[in-house]
Write a protein that binds this ligand. Structure first.
Ligand code: ATP
Ligand code: MG
Length: 332
């Protein structure tokens, strides 16, 4: 069975973008692939997190994965900070990546700009985190890393570093392939469809949160920015707002964009948005019902403990192999 890996940072409330780009696909993949999924809490520290928010966001994220349909028996689900090997491998790999490579990461450039605008200091973690991400990925030799468009560059960096390590020492890491979904890889902000919907974005109005009260998310869809035309047509260049809504509709309903265009031929944006609000509302309601159930008792703690143990078994072996190859250990 091919292996797939992915992580999400607990940096805010989970958005519909995260759900569509990173949670829902896994539920579909779990029967076909061996899935390794972690909450990237070490990465969340690159920007200050209020401790009580971090705790809540972490718990919610795990609960939402399960609520969305991930089967904890089948997948390996864990907190990054529970598997200490990530940070250690991150250090070794960080020594193999250049300052130039790190400064070319577009995520770094935009996060740095964001931090500068807020007037705060820019932590070194914002610069360094792709090398920790290299470790997160390469540790598990995944065949595929499904990511949104925004993370593709990081998977490419991981491939480059893996190649570098393999040729300097000897074959150690598998080169992972990024998988970018054709539809839903980049859900845009509903108020500004030129910007990606992000959980850390300060303006929540254009952002649907999976745990939003259902009437709030419906309202956000009804007031989404579109254009002055009235044709429901997929044209990201000229009609970014409506195209984004079409992508959301397509993923949640399972209908293709063409089917949706035909369905709404001759109808205005009003009908389209009303139906989409219902479709999204129903999906979120189903997740929220299950979310409330899984928060009960020690269920999540037990899942995380078992998940970390499974992940550690792989991580320990890999780290030991790396340490033998680089000569840092004197053990055979
Ligand atoms: P942050 O603003 O803190 O970076 P984020 O919303 O971008 O938060 P991440 O934790 O960076 O979320 O990414 C988690 C996963 O969700 C990644 O696989 C990423 O590619 C995917 N993702 C994030 N935003 C979107 C989006 N708008 N559309 C589709 N996928 C997304
Ligand atoms: Mg992001």
């Amino acid at each position: 069975m091919k292996r797939m890996l992915s992580g999400i940072k607990p940096t805010g409330r989970v958005t519909l973008g995260n759900y569509i780009g990173a949670i829902k696909p896994f539920v579909q993949f779990q029967n076909e692939y061996e899935m390794i999924i972690f909450v990237a809490n070490l990465h969340s520290m690159t920007i200050y997190q209020e401790p009580k928010d971090l705790r809540k966001n972490t718990k919610d994220l795990i609960a939402l994965y399960i609520a969305a349909g991930l089967d904890p028996e089948q997948v390996t689900l864990f907190l990054q900070s529970d598997v200490l090997e990530h940070a250690q491998l991150g250090w070794y790999l960080g020594c193999m990546v250049s300052m130039g490579e790190l400064s070319r990461m577009t995520q770094y450039k935009s996060k740095k700009l964001e931090a500068e605008e807020k007037g705060g200091h820019i932590g070194a973690g914002i610069f360094n985190y792709p090398s920790l991400m290299n470790a997160d990925i390469l540790m598990y030799d995944p065949d595929y890393v499904p990511v949104g468009e925004d993370q593709k560059q990081h998977v490419e960096l991981a491939r480059n570093v893996a190649e570098r390590f393999n040729s300097r020492y000897s074959d150690t890491f598998k080169l992972p392939e990024p998988i970018i979904p054709k539809v839903g890889g980049r859900i845009m902000d509903l108020q500004d469809p030129t910007k990606k919907m992000s959980k850390s974005s300060p303006n929540g109005k254009g952002c649907i949160y999976v745990l939003d009260p259902i009437n709030v998310s419906k309202k956000k869809i009804l007031s989404a920015v579109t254009d002055s035309d009235s044709h429901v047509k997929f044209d990201p260049e000229n009609k970014p707002g409506i195209s984004n809504l079409l992508e959301i509709y397509s993923i949640i309903s399972g209908k293709t964009i063409e089917e949706l265009e035909t369905m709404y031929e001759g109808k205005g944006y009003g009908d389209f948005k009303k139906d989409l609000a219902e479709v999204v509302g129903d999906e979120l309601q189903r997740i929220q019902d299950r979310y409330n159930e899984v928060l009960d008792g020690d269920y999540l703690d037990n899942i995380l403990e078992a998940g970390a143990e499974k992940a550690r078994r792989i991580a320990r072996k890999k780290l030991a192999k790396v340490e033998r190859k680089i000569g840092i250990t004197i053990k055979k």
